[in-house]
Design a protein around this ligand. Structure first.
Ligand SMILES: [Zn+2]
Length: 121
């Protein structure tokens, strides 16, 4: 699944910094990222999908489930039938097959009603 790009909030960047300096096994206070031999790229990121450190996403980020959920959250839209937010999925306008079904039934019922009232005139 493609990660969505959005600007990181200040608290999120602060949390990332805390995670890197506190939990990343590759981070050294004096040398930065030890395998890369430079400053940790995750400390400078501004967008959710920039400077992807695989180690950070796989091993460090899960230490903060709340931040992980926030960074991986997909854009949502509201279901046209029940109004519940759901992850954007192509051009879907309903959160579930059930809602799509219900909405279709409702539309069909409305069409039938319209047809009947016309026929009665
Ligand atoms: Zn729905």
């Amino acid at each position: 699944m493609a990660k969505t790009e959005r600007e990181l909030t200040v608290p999120e960047r602060r949390s990332i910094r805390k995670l890197v300096t506190g939990s990343c096994a590759n981070y050294d206070r004096d040398y930065g990222c030890l395998p890369l031999d430079c400053e940790c790229p995750m400390l400078g990121i501004c967008y959710t999908n920039s400077a992807m450190c695989r180690y950070f996403w796989e091993a460090v980020l899960p230490n903060d489930p709340e931040l992980e959920a926030a960074l991986q959250a997909l854009p949502t839209k509201r279901c046209q039938h029940c109004g519940k937010p759901f992850p954007v999925n192509g051009r879907r306008v309903y959160c579930s097959d059930k809602c799509a079904d219900d909405a279709r039934k409702k539309q069909t019922a409305a069409r039938v009603r319209k047809y009947r009232s016309k026929a009665a005139v």
